[in-house]
Structures are given as structure tokens and as C-alpha cells.
Design a protein around this ligand. Structure first.
Ligand code: SF4
Ligand SMILES: [Zn+2]
Length: 464
């Protein structure tokens, strides 16, 4: 089937990573532009493959080029509502091709071609050919498919603009619907290939964290293939409307995560936040010093006020983990009135990259927008605090309360002159999540804990 393609094509190459040392060229990604788009059309010429712009053989080793992947499909049972879900499979299917690495989705794609693939004679034309076969195989309702790959900067720019307006069209549809308006949510386990315990719960208010799949897309996908990776979840009993906890969602998440998690709050970063796979558009993170929430997106190049860039932040919660204080999310979710509503929504946000703030300006409450600093206003937690005070950000009320509580606690400790405080959390284990920590030991041995979760029934705080 793949005889004309000089490299192997198989699901076994899905986890393949191409590091810069082994890379021939990079396509799209943060240092260039790119997008992928699936469109249902009439009169699609089946099997047509076209590469417009430079082929790999004409590219210079080590360089970065733009990339557009346009997939046009036709079929009697194909509806436009399926475009988003079919498009989302581009990631997985591209990765079946040995020597080609594809990350992310939509206009966030980031690809690399390995040196070995080039030596074997691999071309973009072969990628298109492989995709054309794989898509037909995966979706029997596709009766005709044509693939165009663009590498010329001007062509990709035009393509990107068009793709963005079509993404926006898809996303805006879901904005008209709320979680209360429906009886079913949807689950997606497409990312379990690399994040085995990850289950996305997609609701009208919570577009999937990859930003590429909304409730309508899921509805169409589940109808087309009820046994597929996207499935219906009856909402069942509401356990907490504000946090977004539903009895049946918990049951399904427990089942689909192989028992790894059995509770999820759809609208909070605390206690049981939504799990994060790795393709989230942004990460929401708790800043304990301010008891506020910061958000950083994939495109943000600098360091967050915690001193970590997006990649390090993403590393703390990706892989299908549920990490209190962190959650991966889509920018579209930040347009929802339910955006982290249990935590206070935008009233709790104390830092955002400037680009996101501008993009979401219409969705951030008008009285708050000037009170949320970006990297242009502040560089550290101390500076955020000064900014928040100057602008009278509502988080100050919360901070005041918690500071008063701490002072109260300190007073009571002093008055009773207790030297050792034992805190036993009523039968709940305290969980500390440690991304990396080195323990002091003797005799020159160093113990480093990486991504360790520490459970403690008792916490002892000793006064020095
Ligand atoms: S991020 Fe979620 S919705 Fe998107 S493909 Fe992965 S599992 Fe599905
Ligand atoms: Zn994912």
C-alpha cells in the first residue's frame, strides 16, 4: 500500500521524536508559520497530490520553512461538522510516517523531517500520499481526498489567514451554547497514545484543551463512529455546578483513565482539575504567593513570573496527570463565562501574556482588563503585587483575608507557646507535587525526586 513511499509508515513510529541534531529541516513551528485544514468540498479529485513551493530536496539543511497542509475531502455522509475531528487526526497520521514528526494542531503545528528520511529519498509528496491513504483507511466515509502541501511563504500566509477564519467560524458556533443547555457531554481519548490516563471532557463551555475540538465536533464524531475515540457522556447528577462536577462524568473518567482518576472539576484548577495531555494551548497555574492564577500559552517565548517558560510549566502537568494548581486549557475556554468560575474566573487571574490579553480583550470583564498585568508590566511576583495594589485588583481582598488568617494563626501559636504543630487533615491525605527536588543526604549521595507526588497523613511544622 505504501510501496512508493521510501520510508516506513506505521503507528509504531508515533512516539518518534526528531531532535535538532538529527533534523534535516523544521517546518512551521514557533519560528515560522503554518497550519493544517480539512475541508469538506464538492468535486474533489480523488488521489490528487500537489506540493506547491520548495520540495524537501530543494531545502537547506538546518533551516526552517513555512508549511500548509490542505486536505479536501468528499463523501455522501460527510458533513462539515466533521471537519474539526478529521483534521485533528492529521497529527496522529503524520506521525505514522517514519522520519516525520508532527506536533500540535491547527495553526500551532510544528514539524520536523529527519536526516535519515532525506537520505532514503523522502519527499513532502510522499507525506501527502501517506496521508491520503491513511485518511481513507481511518474514515471509510471519505470517498475522495485530495492533498495540497504548501511551503512558499506567501502561499502559506494566505492559507493561514483563511484557515484562521474557518477555525473561528467553528469555535463561535459553540459559544452560543452552555453546559446547562445539553444533557450529554463528550469524552475524547485520542491523546491516550502518549498520555495513557488522559481523558478530555468536552462540554459546550469547555472546548477541548487542544483547542481543536468543540462540543459540536464531538457530537458529529460520536454519531459517525460511536465506538471511536470520541464518545458520549451522559451528564447524570450534578454534584457541583460551580466547580463543574458531575457524577457520571466522574464514573466515565474513572473507567477511561483505567482507574487513575475518579473525580474531575471542569471549572477549577484546584483539588481535581481536568487532566492535561500535552497538546493544550495554554496552562493555568496557581501562584501561591498571591493566591492568584497565571496563564501562559504555547506561543509565549519568555519566562512566566514563576521563572519558568511555557515548556517547563507544561512539563509539570502533561502526560495525562491531574496536578492540583495546574491545568491545560484552550484559549477558547477562556472566552466562556464559566472559565475557571469556581476559582473566581478573571477576578483570580493575576498575570497573562500580552498577546493573549489582547486577543481575549472582548471576553475579559471591562473593569478587570487594566488590572491584570502582562510581561510588559511586570517581571516578578513582587512586581505583580505592586501592580495589583496600584490597580486595586480584586485579588487583594482575598490576599487580605488570607494574610489576616495567617496572622491569627501565628498569634495563637505564640500565645500557647507550642513548639511543634501537628496538622492532621481530616482523613484526607495531603498531597505535595514535586516537579524536581534534591534531598539533602550524607556521604556524598544525592537523591533527586523528579515528578514525585508525596502523600502525607500528617504534616509536622517545627519552629526553628
Ligand atoms: S486534547 Fe483532548 S480533545 Fe484534543 S485530541 Fe487530545 S484527547 Fe482529544
Ligand atoms: Zn492531547
Amino acid at each position: 500500500m505504501f510501496e512508493d513511499i521510501p520510508v516506513d509508515v506505521s503507528p509504531m513510529y508515533e512516539g518518534e521524536r526528531i531532535r535538532s541534531a538529527n533534523m534535516f529541516v523544521e517546518l512551521a513551528g514557533p519560528k515560522s508559520i503554518g497550519a493544517e485544514l480539512v475541508q469538506v468540498k464538492d468535486n474533489v479529485e480523488d488521489g490528487k497530490i500537489e506540493v506547491k513551493g520548495l520540495e524537501l530536496a530543494d531545502m537547506k539543511e538546518g533551516e526552517i520553512y513555512p508549511l500548509g497542509i490542505l486536505i479536501e475531502i468528499q463523501g455522501e455522509k460527510l458533513e462539515r461538522e466533521l471537519e474539526g475531528v478529521i483534521e485533528r487526526r492529521t497529527h496522529e497520521l503524520c506521525n505514522y510516517v517514519k522520519g516525520f514528526m508532527h506536533l500540535n494542531q491547527r495553526d500551532q503545528i510544528w514539524c520536523r523531517v529527519s536526516k535519515e528520511a532525506i537520505e532514503a529519498g523522502f519527499k513532502l509528496e510522499h507525506l501527502a500520499k501517506a496521508l491520503s491513504i491513511l485518511f481513507r483507511e481511518e474514515f471509510p466515509i471519505i470517498e475522495a481526498i485530495s492533498i495540497t502541501i504548501l511551503t512558499d511563504k506567501v502561499d502559506v500566509e494566505v492559507f493561514l489567514e483563511n484557515a484562521k477564519s474557518l477555525y473561528e467560524e467553528r469555535d463561535s458556533r459553540a459559544r452560543e451554547l452552555s453546559d446547562e443547555d445539553v444533557d450529554v457531554f463528550y469524552g475524547c481519548v485520542m491523546c491516550q497514545s502518549f498520555a495513557p490516563s488522559h481523558v478530555c471532557v468536552v462540554t459546550p463551555d469547555r472546548t477541548a484543551l487542544c483547542g481543536a475540538i468543540n462540543w459540536f465536533d464531538c457530537r458529529a464524531a460520536a454519531k459517525m463512529d460511536p465506538e471511536g475515540p470520541i464518545f458520549e457522556i451522559e451528564k447524570g447528577k450534578i454534584l457541583d455546578e460551580v466547580k463543574g462536577e458531575y457524577e457520571n462524568v466522574n464514573v466515565v473518567v474513572a473507567d477511561r483513565s483505567q482507574g487513575t482518576f475518579d473525580r474531575v472539576y471542569l471549572h477549577s484548577v484546584f483539588e481535581y482539575p481536568h487532566t492535561s495531555c500535552g497538546c493544550f494551548e495554554a496552562v493555568a497555574f496557581h501562584i501561591p504567593e498571591l493566591d492568584g492564577i497565571g496563564i501562559v500559552d504555547r506561543d509565549f517565548k519568555g519566562e512566566t513570573p514563576l521563572g519558568l517558560p511555557f515548556s517547563a510549566m507544561a512539563g509539570q502537568c502533561s502526560g495525562g496527570k491531574q496536578v492540583e494548581g495546574f491545568t491545560g486549557l484552550s484559549l477558547e475556554y477562556m472566552r466562556s463565562p464559566k472559565f475557571l468560575q469556581a476559582d473566581g474566573g478573571y477576578e483570580r487571574v493575576v498575570w497573562l501574556p500580552k498577546e493573549i490579553k489582547d486577543e481575549l480583550a472582548d471576553y475579559i470583564p471591562a473593569d478587570l482588563i487594566e488590572k491584570i498585568p502582562t510581561e510588559e508590566d511586570v517581571n516578578s511576583i513582587k512586581e505583580i503585587r505592586i501592580f495589583l495594589e496600584e490597580k486595586e485588583h480584586p485579588i487583594l481582598e482575598r490576599l487580605k483575608v488570607s494574610t489576616e488568617e495567617i496572622e491569627e494563626d501565628e498569634k495563637s501559636v505564640k500565645s500557647s507557646e507550642i513548639e511543634e504543630i501537628e496538622t492532621v487533615e481530616d482523613s484526607i491525605s495531603t498531597v505535595a507535587y514535586v516537579p524536581e527536588m534534591t534531598l539533602p543526604t550524607s556521604r556524598g549521595i544525592k537523591i533527586t525526586l523528579k515528578n514525585a507526588k508525596i502523600y502525607a497523613e500528617k504534616v509536622i511544622i517545627k519552629r526553628e
